[in-house]
Each structure stands twice: as structure tokens, then as C-alpha cells.
Design a binder for this molecule. Structure first.
Ligand SMILES: NC(=O)CC[C@H](N)C(=O)O
Length: 196
């Protein structure tokens, strides 16, 4: 049997109000998994096995989620067990604490520091280890990093002494953008380890 067959009935929703959602949809599809955009509250009527919250601008995404009346809905879905993967701004949206910033969904026991590498020179590329996956390419764009984690949070990647990937139950965050690299390994990790 091919690797793809076990993904046959899997569907991933990608939050598509702002930011790099198209790139996530492409990555999920590259793995042979169905992906669809979530733009409104009613899009949650479709069944899904996991949710991706993309990078972009966390303040803008947070405001749109409030304006569209989606913030509580998404928080409830996650609290009721929907697996979630947040990248960059998505990490900030999921964090329970944000240094000098606003908390949005607040469902992961991490403290995020926004624009942690500086606003202008904060973009870089590196290849580093991701626990359980190996060395992968990582693209950082005005990225946050994690300054504190709770007891139940597993640290998956540390770059230059800073936590850049973590997992708590079926909630995964990366401060880098795996959707902007050649590799599909982090998406595969999310789908295989957290959604199936
Ligand atoms: N590439 C990104 O998602 C950047 C995140 C952005 N700096 C924020 O605070 O929302």
C-alpha cells in the first residue's frame, strides 16, 4: 500500500482570513490530503480532522476573528479536541501569554514573544533539528519565539537557544514557516501524529 492511502478520508481546515493560508493548503495537498479554507463561522459545519492557523499578522487575524465572531467558536473547537497547528502569527494566536501583547485564543500553555528577532532584520533561514522528524529547513519572517512553556508542553525544536516549536496534547506550534520551504515533514508530523 502506498503511504497516501491512510490519508484518504482526512480533511484539514486552514484558517483563511489573512496571511499565508494558500501555501499551507498546497503543502497539505502535496501530501495527498484534502484541505479547505475556513473563512466564516459556518465553515466549521464541515467535518475536519485538524485546523491550521497560518502566519501573517497576529493582531490583524485576531481582530478579524473577533469581527467575524469566530474567536470563541475556534477556541471551543480546540478545547473540545480539534487538533491545531499554528505557524508564526498562528503561534501567537494560540499562546496563553503574549509578552507585551494581546492574548487571542489562549489555548496553549506557552509564552510568546512577538517580533522576537527584531522587526527589520528578523527574517532568516536555517536548517535545524525538529524532534522526531530530523533536520528540516526553517524560514523565519519577523518571527516570535517561545520564552516559557508549561509542564505539559513538549519542546520540539530549539534554534540559537530559543524555543521555536512545541506541542501540548494535539496542539502544535512553530515560530517558523514550514509551508514556505520544500519540505512537507512538519505538515506530515501534524497530520500523522496529531490528526489521525
Ligand atoms: N510571519 C509572521 O507570521 C509574523 C508574525 C507577526 N510578527 C505577528 O506578530 O503577528
Amino acid at each position: 500500500m502506498t503511504f497516501f492511502s491512510k490519508y484518504m478520508s482526512i480533511k484539514i481546515g486552514v484558517l483563511a482570513v489573512q496571511g499565508a493560508f494558500i501555501e499551507h493548503i498546497r503543502k497539505v495537498q502535496e501530501l495527498g490530503v484534502e484541505a479547505f479554507e475556513i473563512r466564516q463561522k459556518k465553515d466549521f459545519n464541515q467535518s475536519m480532522n485538524g485546523l491550521i492557523i497560518p502566519g501573517g499578522e497576529s493582531t490583524a487575524i485576531g481582530k478579524l476573528l473577533r469581527d467575524l465572531n469566530m474567536l470563541d467558536k475556534i477556541r471551543n473547537e480546540i478545547q473540545e479536541g480539534l487538533p491545531v497547528f499554528g505557524t508564526c502569527a498562528g503561534l501567537i494566536l494560540l499562546a496563553k501569554k503574549v509578552e507585551e501583547g494581546m492574548v487571542h485564543l489562549g489555548v496553549m500553555d506557552i509564552t510568546a514573544k512577538r517580533n522576537a528577532y527584531g522587526r527589520q532584520l528578523g527574517s532568516f533561514y536555517i536548517e535545524e533539528n525538529f524532534e522526531g522528524v530530523g533536520i528540516i529547513p526553517m524560514t523565519f519572517i519577523r518571527a516570535p519565539y517561545i520564552t516559557q512553556v508549561g509542564d505539559k508542553v513538549k519542546i520540539l525544536s530549539v534554534v540559537n537557544g530559543h524555543i521555536v516549536a512545541a506541542q501540548e496534547k494535539n496542539r502544535l506550534v512553530t515560530s517558523f514557516h514550514p509551508e514556505l520551504t520544500e519540505s512537507t515533514k512538519v505538515h506530515q508530523y501534524f497530520i500523522e501524529k496529531l490528526c489521525i
